[in-house]
Ligand binder design. Structure first.
Ligand code: ASP
Length: 322
C-alpha cells in the first residue's frame, strides 16, 4: 500500500461488520472441564457465531444476526436459555429475554414465559409487530399464539443435568446462578451483539434465569438498559452475571452513558462497568459490546466467559477462560 501523502488525513477503512456472542460467565475453570465438554462448548459457540456472521457478510441486518445466533444457543442444551434452562423452585422454567436495535432504539422483551420455544424470536415480534415493548407470562404467550410463534410443553425445556442442580439446593432458601456449585460456577445466559454493513447496531439476550428462583423473579436479561441495550452511533451491549446487580447498575445503559456523556471509548466504558461498577456493588459477571466502528469488547470479572467474536477484517475467535 502506498504511503499516505504528507498532511493527508489517515482514513481507516470501515469494517463491513462486527459480531460477538456469549454463552455466560462464571467460575469456568479448565481444571473442572473435560476435553469433550470443552469441545462441545467450542463447537456450539462456533456454530452460533458463524450463523450470525454469514448473515452479516451477505448484507443481512444486525437484528437478523443477533436473533439467529441466540436462537441457535437457545436450542442447545449446553446453555441456560430455551432448551436446557435452569429449574425454578417449583420445578418449572420461567424464561426471560430481550432484543434491541440501535436504529430508532426499538426494543422487545419478555419475562416469565413458560412455553415459548425461542423467547428471543418472540421479543423480535413484540418489537416489530406490537405497539408494546415488554410482555410477561400468559399475556406474552397469548400474543405469541396470535403471531404464530412456536409454543412447546413446559417439559420441553427440562434436562436431567438442570434437574440435579435444582435438587441439590432446593431445600435451602438459596438461589443459584446456573452451575454455581463450588466446582463450576457459571451464568449460562446467552447473548449476541452486532454491527451490520449499514452501521446499524443490535443486541439480544436470553436466559432461564437462576436455579431455585421463586416469586416470579425476573433478572436483568429481560430488562432493556440492564441486560440488553443498543443505540446507533454509540454501542450495543449484552450482559451476563448476577442479574440483581446488573439491574441496579442499569448495566448495559451505563456503558452507553459512559461513552456518550463521559466520552470514553467502548473498551474503557466496558471495563469501567465490569471491573469497577459491578464488583464495587458486590456483583459479578461480564458483557459483550460492539461500537459503530466495529470495535468489540468482552470483559468479565469471573474465571471465564463462554465467548466468541469475528469481524470483516479478522478471523473468528472462540474463548472460554481468562
Ligand atoms: N443474568 C442472568 C439472571 O440474573 C443470569 C445469567 O447471566 O446467567 O437472570
Amino acid at each position: 500500500m502506498a504511503a499516505p501523502l504528507p498532511g493527508a488525513a489517515l482514513i481507516f477503512p470501515m469494517k463491513k461488520f462486527a459480531f460477538a456472542i456469549h454463552g455466560g460467565a462464571g467460575t469456568i475453570l479448565k481444571s473442572a472441564m473435560t476435553p469433550e465438554k470443552e469441545m462441545a462448548y467450542r463447537d456450539a459457540l462456533h456454530k452460533a457465531l458463524k450463523l450470525g456472521a454469514d448473515l452479516l457478510e451477505k448484507g443481512g441486518s444486525a437484528t437478523e444476526a443477533v436473533e439467529a445466533a441466540v436462537v441457535e444457543m437457545e436450542n442447545s442444551a449446553l446453555f441456560n436459555a430455551g432448551y436446557g434452562s435452569v429449574f425454578t423452585h417449583d420445578k418449572s422454567h420461567e424464561l426471560d429475554a430481550s432484543i434491541m436495535e440501535g436504529k430508532g432504539r426499538k426494543a422487545g422483551a419478555v419475562a416469565g414465559v413458560k412455553r415459548i420455544k425461542n423467547p428471543i424470536s418472540l421479543c423480535r415480534k413484540i418489537m416489530e409487530r406490537s405497539e408494546h415493548v415488554f410482555l410477561i407470562g400468559e399475556g406474552a404467550e397469548a400474543f405469541a399464539t396470535e403471531e404464530g410463534e412456536e409454543l412447546v410443553s413446559e417439559s420441553y425445556f427440562s434436562t436431567e443435568a438442570r434437574k440435579q442442580q435444582l435438587l441439590k439446593i432446593r431445600d435451602s432458601m438459596k438461589t443459584q446462578l446456573d452451575h454455581s456449585d463450588d466446582q463450576l460456577k457459571k451464568f449460562g445466559t446467552v447473548g449476541a451483539v452486532a454491527m451490520d454493513s449499514k452501521g446499524n447496531l443490535a443486541a439480544a439476550t436470553s436466559t432461564g434465569g437462576i436455579t431455585n428462583k421463586r416469586y416470579s423473579r425476573v433478572g436483568d436479561t429481560a430488562i432493556i438498559g440492564s441486560g440488553t441495550y443498543a443505540e446507533n452511533g454509540v454501542c450495543a451491549i449484552s450482559s451476563t452475571g448476577w442479574g440483581e446487580y446488573f439491574i441496579r447498575a442499569v448495566a448495559a445503559y451505563e456503558v452507553a452513558a459512559l461513552m456518550k456523556y463521559g466520552k470514553m471509548t467502548l473498551e474503557e466504558a466496558s471495563n469501567q462497568l465490569v471491573h469497577q461498577v459491578i464488583p464495587e456493588m458486590g456483583g459479578d459477571g461480564g458483557i459483550i459490546a460492539v461500537d459503530s466502528f466495529g470495535n468489540i469488547a468482552m470483559p468479565f470479572n469471573t474465571e471465564g466467559m463462554y465467548r466468541a467474536k469475528v469481524d470483516s477484517e479478522n478471523a473468528p475467535e472462540v474463548s472460554i477462560y481468562k
